[in-house]
Design a protein around this ligand. Structure first.
Ligand code: PLP
Length: 429
């Protein structure tokens, strides 16, 4: 099998291998549904960025929301990465995983006062601020604690990233960022606020972007602003170009991360900004191809219009197909005994939108395992307990070693914190 971006996830004589471990063996050992991540695939993706940035003043901030498992965060922290967070919860995860607060950038349109206080207390590197209201509250909160908050203003460059509407963020019509034309005034305002120290400028134009051109357009728009804002007397130390680089799910051909970085650095140099620190916030492109979701076939239900292959993973485990109509490759985990048939692969949830793949040719029988590929990003991190389904277990593979990094939830986990109503609790049904 040729899986672009995942050289260590292979089909060997019909057996799906994650590095040196057979997916079927992991399914039997840890049960299903099961997320499995390859450390080697993550290393491969990270090296692509790091090699292209070598010798530059830079910071690579892994976007936590793509996959926020503590062990995944620890893996990136150990390799010197910073983190892009979007909530106080993600901040605590990064700290628990050993991440360096001095390498955290705090993004998001709706930071609360409590989140600001905590992030200031641990002294995160930078707040990526998205509105004047947020800027003013942050100044007030920082001043109240006798600090100054380092900020970058997130600018909406109004470029079309040509991706799915739900994951396009750099258009004027999106809720994100400060409009390009409003940015100079916003920087001027920021520079006069007592609790604010202006550190940089940032943008993030969307996700699953498979073309380098929107990045170059956005960068040009950012550099225009940098020049304008500095001419107004506000120095900007760093430029943060966000994340968003796509991966191959089917036949997309995104640029290699190294090639994209090289192209952006070239543009930065050509415009005379080579001295600046450059920040990237990749999520999907670091972990997306590293994960597979292994699931067991429960029932086959052939029909006159469609044939259904019912598996034990569902939209609560993997929301991308239901939410974005995303196509994700599904393969058998072991050589098939059955004949190949075209199936709609669906989960047990009571929703017609609960599908993982439609019209897939698979040779499967009940009890067999199949795997959804490229499930390392926006997969487990978006999982829910809908239909009171415990969230899946997660395993990290390195060579021939497999480590359980998250236990499967128990039913007790699911009702923790719930209370029955007073006396009725004791009333017989
Ligand atoms: C989600 C997000 C990212 C990461 O996006 P990917 O598409 O996973 O690379 C980076 N920066 C911000 C501000 C984000 O919201």
């Amino acid at each position: 099998m040729d899986l672009p971006g995942a050289p260590d996830i292979t089909l060997r004589e019909g057996r799906l291998m994650v590095e040196g471990v057979a997916a079927v063996d992991l399914a039997r050992r840890f049960k299903t549904p099961l997320y499995v991540y390859s450390s080697a695939v993550m290393a491969h993706a990270l090296a692509s960025y790091q090699n292209a940035l070598a010798g530059r003043d830079h910071l690579l901030c892994y976007a936590v929301k793509a996959n926020s498992a503590l062990a995944v965060l620890q893996w990136f922290a150990r390799r010197g990465c910073g983190f892009d967070i979007v909530s106080g919860g993600e901040l605590e995860r990064v700290l628990a995983a050993g991440g360096d607060p001095q390498r955290i950038v705090f993004s998001g349109v709706g930071k609360t006062r409590a989140e600001m206080e905590r992030a200031l207390a641990v002294d995160v590197l930078c707040f990526n601020v998205e509105s004047i209201g947020e800027l003013e509250l942050l100044s007030e909160v920082a001043s109240g604690t006798g600090r100054r908050a380092r900020v970058s203003l997130r600018v909406n460059p109004d470029v079309d990233a040509k991706t799915h509407p739900y994951i396009s963020t750099g258009l004027r019509a999106n809720k994100f960022g400060i409009a390009h034309e409003d940015a100079p005034a916003a920087f001027a305002r920021a520079s006069r606020l007592p609790g604010i120290e202006v550190a940089g400028i940032d943008c993030h134009i969307g996700s699953q972007i498979v073309d380098a051109d929107p990045y170059v357009d956005a960068l040009d728009r950012l550099l225009d602003l940098v020049e304008r804002v500095e001419a107004d007397g506000v120095p900007l130390a760093h430029i943060d170009v966000g994340g968003g680089l796509g991966i191959t799910y089917r036949d997309e051909t995104p640029p290699d991360a190294g090639a994209l970085v090289a192209r952006l650095l070239e543009r930065i140099d050509a415009r005379g900004h080579g001295h600046r620190k450059i920040v990237f916030e990749p999520g999907r492109s670091l972990v997306g191809n590293a994960g597979v979701l292994v699931t067991e076939v429960l029932y086959l239900k052939p029909g006159s219009e469609r044939n259904f292959c019912i598996v034990d993973a569902a939209m609560n485990d993997l929301m991308r197909p239901a939410m974005y109509g995303a196509w994700m490759r599904i393969v058998e985990c072991a050589p098939a005994q059955a004949a190949a048939v075209t199936w709609d692969v669906v989960g047990p949830i009571c929703e017609s939108g609960d599908w993982l793949g439609r019209e897939r040719t698979l040779a499967v029988a009940p009890g067999d395992f199949v795997a959804v590929l490229s499930a390392g990003a926006y997969a487990m991190s978006m999982a829910s307990n809908y239909n009171t389904r415990p969230r899946a277990a997660e395993v990290m593979v390195s060579g021939s070693e497999a480590v359980l990094i998250r236990e499967r939830e128990s039913l007790a986990d699911l009702t923790r914190g719930e209370h029955l109503l007073g006396d009725d609790a004791r009333a017989p049904a």
